[in-house]
Design a protein around this ligand. Structure first.
Ligand code: ADP
Ligand code: ZN
Length: 211
């Protein structure tokens, strides 16, 4: 089963993707994580993506479609995948559809995580993430240590106020049209209220998936 997660930055897609991956026994594929790893490793893809990411802009569709092509044809996603933040423009939705059709697959479910703007800004501007394993933390200062891997917690560059505003704007203009696109292509978008405790949101998502 291939599940696409949609929702604004700060809606908790990453956290929910981890929970769903665990519960459903499928890998989570987060293009943000793939890109940050590429930046760290200094690959061609990483060098191409870095400046976009630091500003909170989307990286070019060609880069994302290259990643999706690699990932979806790899043995790791043979039984399915949870795609976190991997579809942020209409051309990406179209391109993913084409890539999957070529290997006899399709997107099976689309989940949309919804949260108010005020709450999003609050979440993003107060979160830190582990430099090592990328786990996000709320209410923990930069420089303290990750419980999972001992890595250092840092503020993501794109969680600075200016970049946050830009990411929300980019979401409205470029990603929201993806919701209608799936609707028009006969794919029901399952809306999840993403406000509230993490486990409650996970339960809502599993409910929407019929699990
Ligand atoms: P967030 O969900 O908070 O935006 P991510 O870690 O998912 O954070 O993504 C970080 C950055 O990586 C994005 O702001 C964007 O620059 C880039 N990125 C990730 N996925 C995509 C995508 N599908 N299309 C374009 N850019 C992407
Ligand atoms: Zn860690």
């Amino acid at each position: 089963m291939i599940i696409v997660l949609l929702g604004p930055p700060g809606a908790g897609k990453g956290t929910q993707a981890d929970k769903l991956a665990q519960r459903l026994g499928m890998p989570k594929i987060a293009t943000g994580d793939v890109l940050r790893a590429a930046v760290r490793d200094g690959t061609k893809r990483g060098r191409e993506a870095k400046s976009y990411m630091d500003r909170g802009d989307l990286v070019p569709d060609s880069v994302i479609l290259g990643i999706l092509q690699d990932v979806m044809t790899s043995p790791a996603t043979k039984k399915g995948a949870i795609l976190d933040g991997a579809v942020r423009t209409v051309p990406q939705a179209e391109g993913l559809g084409v890539t999957l059709a070529e290997i006899g697959k399709k997107v099976d479910k689309v989940l949309l995580f919804e949260v108010d703007d005020d709450e999003l800004v609050k979440r993003l501007s107060t979160r830190t993430v582990c430099e090592g394993c990328q786990t996000p933390y709320m209410g923990r200062e930069p420089g303290t240590v990750c419980e999972k891997c001992g890595g250092r917690l840092v503020r993501r560059k794109d969680d600075e106020p200016e970049a946050i505003r830009n990411r929300l704007e980019v979401y409205r203009t470029q990603t929201e049209p993806v919701i209608d696109w799936y609707g028009k292509n006969k794919m029901k978008v399952l809306r999840i209220d993403a406000d509230g405790p993490v486990d409650e949101v996970t339960a809502r998502a599993l409910g929407a998936l019929g699990k």
